[in-house]
Design a protein around this ligand. Structure first.
Ligand code: ZN
Length: 176
């Protein structure tokens, strides 16, 4: 899997629900965890690895029993408030202070399609809100304060330049 970086347009789309709960989906989730651990993240959403479906994986514990796969998740209730630093694997080297709900109750399906509900607080709640935003094409830069956006402007510009260079057609090789 290859990490999709800002400002790739795939990160700005609302993606479709998962309909097929097959072996391929379980394999996708497994690969997403592997990529997330390789990048030292605590959460990863489908569009961040080019999977344009409503799947996200989170592990805030760092132990195998902390792994949670959310398929077709929706937040049912939000409570309270937390303000804390957040990063995103699609924005290397950028951190921002983002306000989120302290506690969320989420409903989702597991990789086999079985529905579940859970209530999460603090870091797990933050990760769920961040990753679910990805499924709706919402990036954490849009939640930054103007001051933080200004602080990160040079890094964002650098990512935009790198993306433009990568997407530009390869220079033509001159024939003799
Ligand atoms: Zn992110």
């Amino acid at each position: 899997m290859e990490l999709v970086l800002y400002p790739d347009p795939r990160l700005s789309r609302r993606v479709k629900p998962v309909r097929e709960f097959d072996a391929a989906l379980a394999e996708t989730a497994r690969e997403m965890f592997a990529e997330m651990y390789a990048q030292k993240g605590v959460g990863l959403a489908g569009p961040q690895v080019g999977i344009m479906q409503r799947i996200m994986v989170i592990n805030c514990k760092g132990e195998p029993d902390g792994e949670i796969v959310f398929v077709n998740p929706e937040i049912l209730t939000r409570e309270g408030e937390q303000v804390g630093e957040e990063g995103c694997l699609s924005f290397p080297d950028i951190l921002a202070t983002i306000k989120r709900a302290m506690k969320v109750t989420v409903r989702a399906q597991d990789v086999t399609g079985k529905p579940f509900e859970m209530t999460a607080e603090a870091l797990l709640s933050r990760a769920i809100q961040h990753e679910l935003d990805h499924l709706d094409g919402i990036l954490f830069t849009t939640l930054m304060s103007p001051a933080e956006r200004a602080q990160n402007a040079a890094r964002l510009k650098a990512l935009e330049r790198a993306f433009a260079e990568k997407s530009a057609p390869a220079p033509r090789v001159r024939s003799r």
